[in-house]
Design a protein around this ligand. Structure first.
Ligand SMILES: Nc1ncnc2c1ncn2[C@@H]1O[C@H](COP(=O)(O)OP(=O)(O)OP(=O)(O)O)[C@@H](O)[C@H]1O
Length: 269
């Protein structure tokens, strides 16, 4: 399958204005696979998703998705490109004034001309896929955090996306809900044959479900491999992530321009 990647980033560099965020990124997502992007806070993970979805364009390099270069798409092509994608974001909240059914139906009503009875059936199928059939008439305020995330997932897959982008899908969930969401992401990926990219901080849970992992650090791919490789790697980078050590090659402190001593004496003067 590696000769036919669904996504391929070739030598991608990107900065917000003068500030360089990513340099020379090479990354591949084979068709039908679930690939994780991990790395320190602010390392550019979400920016990678934005490059793939076409929200931002690289300063140099190519972003290929399903045989097309996103970096050179015009507005109409970008619209068609986004139509093939489903997104589940940490803060991708439900519409609070719409019922569960209307939330899931939203993209169907927005992007298709399907009759109401068919939309109702599709909503039932999508809710069933996330184990929430029967919640149609509930309002978001009546759902637990874990249920709300599952409804958001049902909404994200409403249009049968070819590509799913997940940004921190586990954040803020209790361990059981987290396990349920992880299991659903994996199952949906397999059942629908979707290609998927997941940005996550949850190393252990992710290693259980993904096919491949990229680690981003200082704007570059610092390491990559299958979950098996990552677990048994001697690389200090990977060891720190896999074992959750507070300090190591990835520093927990923001790289301040001045030393702490400088700041303190300046304050005392
Ligand atoms: N629209 C923007 N304009 C300017 N700088 C930005 C913008 N969006 C993000 N950045 C900066 O780019 C860097 C990378 O951001 P990004 O969101 O990709 O990181 P991340 O790895 O997803 O971080 P986290 O894990 O903390 O969410 C950060 O330093 C951030 O401050």
């Amino acid at each position: 399958m590696s000769h036919d990647p669904y996504i391929e980033l070739r030598n991608v560099s990107f900065g917000y204005g003068e500030r360089q965020i990513l340099s020379n990124i090479n990354l591949r997502v084979p068709r039908g696979q679930l690939v994780a992007i991990m790395g320190g806070s602010g390392s550019g993970k979400t920016t990678l998703l934005r490059l793939i979805s076409g929200q931002v364009r690289p300063d140099s390099g190519e972003v290929w998705v399903d045989g097309k270069n996103v970096a050179t798409m015009n507005t109409r092509e970008l619209y068609a490109h986004r139509r093939k994608m489903g997104m589940l974001f940490q803060f991708g909240a439900l519409f609070t004034d719409l019922s569960v059914a209307d939330n899931v139906a939203f993209p169907l009503r927005e992007h298709t001309a399907l009759p109401e009875d068919m939309i109702r059936d599709l909503v039932t199928l999508k809710l069933s896929a996330v184990g929430l059939r029967g919640t149609q008439t509930l309002m978001p305020a009546e759902l637990s955090g874990g249920m709300a995330r599952r409804v958001a997932l049902a909404r994200a897959i409403a249009l049968d996306p070819e590509l799913m982008l997940y940004d921190e899908p586990f954040t803020g969930l209790d361990p059981i809900s987290l396990g349920v969401i992880a299991h659903l992401i994996k199952r949906l990926n397999q059942a629908l044959g979707t290609s998927a990219v997941m940005v996550t901080h949850d190393v252990q849970k992710s290693l259980e479900i993904v096919d491949y992992v990229y680690f981003v650090a200082h704007g570059e791919i610092a390491a990559e491999g299958s979950p098996e490789t990552v677990r048994h790697s001697d690389s200090p980078w990977l060891k720190q992530f896999v074992h959750g050590d507070p300090d190591g090659p990835v520093h927990f402190a923001y790289p301040a321009d001045t030393s702490l001593a400088d700041d303190l004496s300046a304050g005392a003067r």
